[in-house]
Design a protein around this ligand. Structure first.
Ligand code: 8LQ
Length: 465
């Protein structure tokens, strides 16, 4: 085996390194090597990361001692799959008992370089502490993945996401900086900012753009209102994280058509930063590749947390291979996806999520014995003529029956909408297997997301919402 480029734990990358300009790969060997050889190296690394966590974190020591597990036991992936998963509730409890970062910090507080967090709208926020050296490694990882998307030194990268607690924008920026790009940290979320983004995009004509998919669609609408064709921005690569969308076929097409750029899906979870470790590439633009030498991605049965075979559906479980601050070891995502192992046109030998991550298990709507993903509704509506671009899904109980109402924007005049409602309701019903009442509303009347969309309103008392 030729030596894997810069493969050490703790990771440290040569900050002056840039690949051969003609190479599609940042690390040709690591990216295209025999996956079995890579897995063998990863298995050793997993043991190393666990030894580190066992020695530096009361949280992991407590969890593993309780099931009689020692890092040295991890001699096979089968053994690794028995490592208990970490849940968000456990992290919240650890931060409650050991504020503010929990007893899985693993580095001295003086090492902390950035603090981020969840928005905390649905409970106690979680704090993410990232060490100084880790931040550099994250930047290197993201630069490498951006290189895979076709972004090169000197390209302008426009970051149109919240610069706040949200890690998405900062992570994209760190990668662009390390790649020696011209970074344009535009941000998002302030009053009037979307119209200003249109002006700045038209003036600076960046090569690459980062946001949430919802926000890109919003931006296209605002550009249209400003009488500017978003294709005039000249964007070539648009990469997205934060929510499903870039792999939802009709959403993806709408973005591609509006901007005339390649759409790239990426993103795992903020805790898992370098969160771009699941990402498509210029040569394999569909779905997401799992860059297994940065983060170890498993797709697991959601009850046993054992990996499912390639081809099957499951929930992603993530393990950091290069983080020393708050390393996550088998973090349960609660998302849903399907994975495959096939030859990728770009030549990288990573497994792939061909349909991206389609949603969260707890966002799935259970109605009259059927499971409905909100992304299925989104995907369908965007294929319907006269759909106005935004909707809400309302689930309520009337008497003993659950009913689903889709409130959809319609571009037709008021008197002409009955046929739109009937046809759309029938289409959704045959797709989802449940009766759906469609109520149309005027176009551009439902609020658009500047960040991640929240379209489900579940009014039933027995549900969590
Ligand atoms: N989530 C994130 N990226 C997704 C994608 N590409 N497809 C489908 N769902 C996706 C900072 C990065 O954007 C990651 C991020 O958004 O972190 P968060 O805020 O912790 O949210 C993580 C959740 O967003 C995931 O569990 C997915 O449900 C979704």
């Amino acid at each position: 085996m030729t030596r894997m480029e810069d493969w050490h734990f703790p990771a440290a990358y040569d900050q002056s390194y840039l690949p051969d300009p003609l190479s599609p790969y940042w690390f040709p060997h690591r990216e295209t090597m025999d996956p079995e050889e890579r897995n063998a190296a990863v298995l050793e690394r997993l043991r190393e990361v666990m030894e580190y966590a066992y020695a530096t974190s009361p949280f992991y020591r407590r969890t593993w001692d309780a099931v009689d597990l020692e890092p040295a036991d991890i001699t096979s992936f089968e053994a690794f799959e028995q490592v208990p998963v970490v849940t968000k509730d456990e992290m919240r409890a650890s931060q409650h008992d050991h504020p503010p970062f929990g007893d899985y910090l693993c580095v001295d507080e003086s090492e902390i370089h950035h603090i981020h967090g969840t928005s905390g709208t649905t409970g106690m926020p979680t704090a993410f502490a990232i060490g100084r050296r880790d931040w550099q490694v994250i930047a290197d990882n993201h630069a490498r993945i951006l290189w895979g998307m076709g972004v090169r030194p000197g390209d302008t990268v426009f970051v149109a996401a919240l610069f706040s607690l949200y890690l998405g924008s900062w992570g994209a920026l760190a990668g662009a900086e390390r790649l020696h790009c011209r970074s344009l940290p535009f941000g998002a979320g302030a009053q009037g900012m979307t119209a200003r983004a249109v002006t700045w995009l038209a003036r600076t004509r960046p090569k690459a753009f980062y946001a949430t998919p919802s926000y890109a669609l919003r931006l296209a609408e605002v550009a249209e209102q400003e009488k500017i064709d978003p294709r005039e921005f000249g964007l070539q690569v648009m990469f997205f994280s934060g929510e499903p969308g870039a792999s939802v076929p009709t959403v993806r097409r709408a973005i591609e058509d509006a901007f005339g750029a390649t759409v790239i899906d990426c993103g795992t979870m903020a805790e898992m930063t370098p969160f771009m470790s699941a990402s498509a590439t210029a040569g394999t633009p569909d779905g997401m590749l799992l860059w297994q030498d940065i983060v170890w991605h498993e797709v697991c049965d959601p009850t046993t947390f054992r990996t499912v075979p390639f081809g099957a559906e499951g929930t992603p479980v993530y393990t950091h291979l290069e983080r020393t601050s708050q390393p996550m070891i088998r973090l349960a995502s609660n998302d849903l996806t399907r994975w495959v192992m096939e030859d990728n046109p770009c030549g990288r030998t990573y497994p792939k999520l061909p349909d991206g991550v389609y949603g969260r298990i707890d966002d799935m709507i259970h109605i009259r014995g059927e499971n409905v993903y909100p992304t299925e509704v989104d995907n369908y509506l965007r294929s319907v003529e006269h759909y106005g671009g935004e909707h809400r899904i309302v689930v309520r109980r009337t008497g003993s029956m659950d009913e689903m109402i889709v409130r959809a924007e319609c571009t037709l005049a008021d008197g002409q909408r009955a046929e739109f409602e009937r046809r759309t309701g029938a289409g959704l019903q045959s797709l989802l297997g449940v009766r759906v009442t469609v109520e149309s509303v005027d176009a551009d009347t439902l609020e658009r997301a500047e960040h991640k969309s929240r379209r489900v309103v579940d009014e039933r008392e027995h549900t969590r919402r």
